[in-house]
Design a protein around this ligand. Sequence first.
Ligand SMILES: Cc1cc2nc3c(=O)[nH]c(=O)nc-3n(C[C@H](O)[C@H](O)[C@H](O)COP(=O)(O)OP(=O)(O)OC[C@H]3O[C@@H](n4cnc5c(N)ncnc54)[C@H](O)[C@@H]3O)c2cc1C
Length: 430
Amino acid sequence: MAEWRNWSQSVVARPDMIARPQTEPKLRQLVRNARKVRVFGAGHSFMPLCETDGLLLDLSALEGEIEVARDRNSVWAPAGMSLAKLTERLWMLGLSLANQGDVNPQSLAGAIATGTHGTGETLGSLSTFALGFRIVTADGEVVECDATREPDLFQAARVSLGLLGVMTRIRISVVPAFHLRQRLFGAPIGEVRERLDEWAAANRHVEFFQFPYSDLAMVKILDTAPAPDGDTTVITDIDERAFRFACEFSRNLPFAIPLLQRLMARIGGAVSESIGPAWQVYPSDRTIPFEEMEYEVPRAVGLDTLKAAIDHIRRRGLPVTFPFEFRITAGDDIWLSPFNRGPCASVSMHQYGPMDWKTPFAAIEPIFRAAGGRPHWAKRHTLSAQDVYELYPRAADFERVRAAIDPGAKFANQHMSELFNIFPRSRIAA
Ligand SMILES: Cc1cc2nc3c(=O)[nH]c(=O)nc-3n(C[C@H](O)[C@H](O)[C@H](O)COP(=O)(O)OP(=O)(O)OC[C@H]3O[C@@H](n4cnc5c(N)ncnc54)[C@H](O)[C@@H]3O)c2cc1C
């Protein structure tokens, strides 16, 4: 029996087999013959999305090229390709993704499966860029869908958590390649609260980080810029070396956390400016292990929700070492997207991996839920099936499409079955 772990090492899977097929016929044969199947990309999800005791698939070696549409507004790309490789190749073709998240090792399919997003008032998640899918289904057949061919399957596939089949190719929208100017600076949280809407309206992307025990926020603003003359060096948003030291120090001496965080916020709030190709500016280094819980709350209550979470941590003196991250995302119309009821604020709580994350997350999750929040599917949450069907009016439509394409629930693992009340059709009949 093989062993697999996710990026944060908190999810362990013991599949019968891990396979890395290089061709679609081989992949189809593997899926057809398997009892249970899950796929992993970079394993960046904190929830047990990729966990299985059956076949675990890695699509990173599956053959395939990037095909650019004649109008250059979209491309078909291999689903298992990492965003790092994809965006670099797009750049060489004179193209960019319109937005990206914090990091880029994720696979295209993995990022889209969970509604991975960046920040930007007018920009949706990566799932909103998906225009078509090529999927290997439970019986090893291939189906393609888009807004006009198999439209219900397409709707479900835009955020699918890997429940419909194995995506082998994805068509995504792209834009002409662009450069970004990144500005980093510190600001008192009171000023951020006052000026966030103004910054968001005036700039392509805005986000900020706030340590729970500091009132100084680290603001990051990105905007399109002309290509600079000569070479560029993109400055990373968090100094990982100093921060790693601070995390270890905090773990051993938790009483020092408030003092350290006020110091880290000053270092992190140093003013800097750099310009670079968008595909290089979007991703940052994230090498320090952490666990994360993120809720998408209505934009209007985002700042108050963050404040309530931080007040609660301070009141209880909870040892939380990482900063909160606050981003904004446009609404969409995707059945399982947490953003499908309008503009949202994404409030992310992180904890240093080696420290207890369950206690602080459990203390703050009710605050996120009370604000009407829906969790990021890939990040820590404790939703039940009842919660899912209450929070997502279209979850029943998703489940109808899923049950039609995978009646034996080959692609559902334990977590998925609990989340959506999935039972293989044979068990219902019995
Ligand atoms: C350091 C770090 C930074 C992050 N930053 C952000 C961020 O800025 N914004 C954000 O929104 N999220 C962020 N995340 C979360 C991350 O983007 C999601 O967990 C994403 O799903 C990970 O992609 P992956 O390729 O690692 O997929 P995995 O975690 O490996 O898998 C995710 C899901 O996709 C499915 N899947 C993967 N490939 C396929 C396929 N070919 N066919 C069908 N299903 C498939 C899996 O079965 C699973 O259900 C971050 C996570 C980490 C660890």
